[in-house]
Design a protein around this ligand. Structure first.
Ligand SMILES: Nc1nc2c(ncn2[C@@H]2O[C@H](COP(=O)(O)OP(=O)(O)O)[C@@H](O)[C@H]2O)c(=O)[nH]1
Ligand SMILES: [Mg+2]
Length: 196
């Protein structure tokens, strides 16, 4: 049956949906990433950072005046029939239970890392390992941040050798998409599984 223009607003018939969560410390670029990659207007839950939060929020990340208080949400279709639903997590450790809820039903996670604060990524990796989900680590390259070689970063993160590590700039679609493809490939065709 021929599809009309209005049908094309909907997902392709037989599309495979994949839920993923974008994790990482406060200010690593999660909200930016979801907005960059989403083909629909992303949902955001940003609230202003104020002095009232100085004991629980990091007010020293100078590019930040707001913070995600629940989640970001976006959608991206890959290859015409894989529809990725992206949930961007809040970054602060006090939201760990919220992140665990977001991980329900997820097929994997993308962990964004800022090389100026690598140690703040352990929590996200820990939550994904606790949930026994595959994940990809993506170093978001900020100007002025140290550029460590891959093996140094893997060491610092204690990253198992079967976990992919990629570099991206969360503001650019091509770069953001490469990381998403690495994760979805790893989810749908895990290393060691027979070729598709
Ligand atoms: N230079 C640069 N800035 C970025 C990049 N990703 C995010 N930012 C900026 O970093 C700030 C924090 O990003 P945000 O997405 O809110 O971080 P979140 O707390 O992880 O959601 C924002 O001002 C972004 O514009 C990046 O890849 N490069
Ligand atoms: Mg955010």
């Amino acid at each position: 049956m021929a599809s009309s223009a209005s049908d094309r607003r909907y997902l392709p018939l037989g599309a495979r949906s994949v839920k993923i969560v974008v994790l990482g410390a406060f200010g690593v670029g999660k909200t930016t990433y979801v907005a960059t990659i989403s083909e629909m207007r992303p949902l955001r839950t940003e609230e202003r950072l104020t002095r009232a939060g100085q004991f629980v929020d990091d007010l020293t990340v100078d590019t930040k005046s707001t913070t995600t208080v629940a989640m970001d949400f976006g959608r991206r279709t890959l290859g015409g029939d894989i529809v990725v639903y992206l949930f961007g997590a809040p970054g602060q450790p006090r939201f760990a239970d919220m992140i665990r809820s977001l991980l329900h039903g997820a097929m994997g996670g993308l962990v964004l890392v800022d090389t100026r604060r690598v140690d703040e990524s352990y929590e996200s990796i820990g939550l994904l390992e606790e949930a026994d989900l595959p994940y990809v680590v993506a170093v978001n390259t900020f100007p002025g941040a140290p550029a460590y070689p891959e093996d140094v970063l893997r060491d610092a993160l204690s990253l198992p050798c079967d976990r992919p590590l990629v570099f991206l700039d969360a503001r650019f679609v091509k770069s953001a998409k490469r990381a998403l493809i690495a994760l979805v490939t790893d989810i749908l065709h895990p290393a060691g599984s027979p070729a598709p």
